[in-house]
Design a protein around this ligand. Structure first.
Ligand SMILES: *Cc1c(COP(=O)(O)O)cnc(C)c1O
Length: 229
């Protein structure tokens, strides 16, 4: 069993390399975030020994235990954020991918300890404009991003998206469309404001190739590394 974790991890690394080759990108331009939610610390430690240093978590209580045990790793919060969770997130994580309200960004900035480096943040975009889904609608995001960029203890790095689940048409071309829109939105922000946001967090187990072809710089992979949840 223990070998199969590393084997699955290697397979994901090979998929990333193949997609980079296809997209004519350096494989150093894409980093792999191992999404370890619900998975045991021993799996995290085994991957860390193998060289994986960045992990993504969705559930605060669970993640704090893991961070306490593995403080040298780089931790990314990628789940929904309630206001009462911002303090612990600001104190324990290096990155937050799931900012979907101005108020959450303001609280994270206020609560980031002064002696810490700025928290790296991504704005989550509801790129498929699903009514019940988290994330800023693209037009709201364009309006609010400058306010968030001004907050002192945060560094706005880019965008994160989870496209609508495709039923039926799961071809590469269909998967690419929403990711292309996210990339265009990042380009628009950079052009409008003269920024150089450099991060697109997009692509999961089922669609990492499409995301890389459209410019993902972080892919967030859970199932295909750790197995089913
Ligand atoms: C769980 C999760 C992932 C990983 O998804 P898999 O399909 O298991 O690879 C990625 N991003 C977010 C935001 C998640 O919640």
């Amino acid at each position: 069993m223990s070998n199969s974790l590393i084997e699955r991890y290697q397979t994901v690394q090979q998929r990333i390399q193949a997609a980079c080759l296809q997209a004519d990108r350096s494989d150093k331009s894409v980093s792999l975030l191992a999404v370890s939610k619900t998975k045991p610390i021993k799996d995290i430690q085994q991957l860390a020994e193998y060289g994986q240093l960045c992990f993504g978590e969705n559930y605060l209580q669970e993640s704090l235990l893991k961070i306490e045990r593995c403080p040298a790793l780089e931790w990314h919060f990628i789940g929904p954020i309630q206001s009462n969770k911002t303090k612990a997130i600001a104190e324990h994580f290096q990155w937050v991918h799931s900012i979907d309200r101005l108020k959450i960004a303001q609280r994270l900035s206020q609560q980031r300890p002064d002696h810490f480096p700025p928290l790296n943040i991504l704005l989550e975009v509801n790129i498929s404009r699903e009514p019940s889904k988290a994330g800023f609608h693209p037009d709201v995001l364009l309006e609010i991003a400058p306010e968030i960029a001004k907050l002192p203890n945060l560094t706005l790095r880019g965008l994160m998206a989870i496209p609508q689940k495709l039923d039926g048409d799961t071809t590469l071309d269909a998967q690419r469309q929403p990711f292309a829109k996210v990339r265009q939105l990042l380009e628009q922000l950079n052009q409008t404001h003269g920024w150089s946001l450099d991060t697109l967090s997009m692509g999961m187990s089922a669609d990492l190739e499409a995301a890389i072809i459209e410019g993902a710089t972080i892919v967030r992979i859970g199932t295909d590394i750790f197995g089913k949840r």
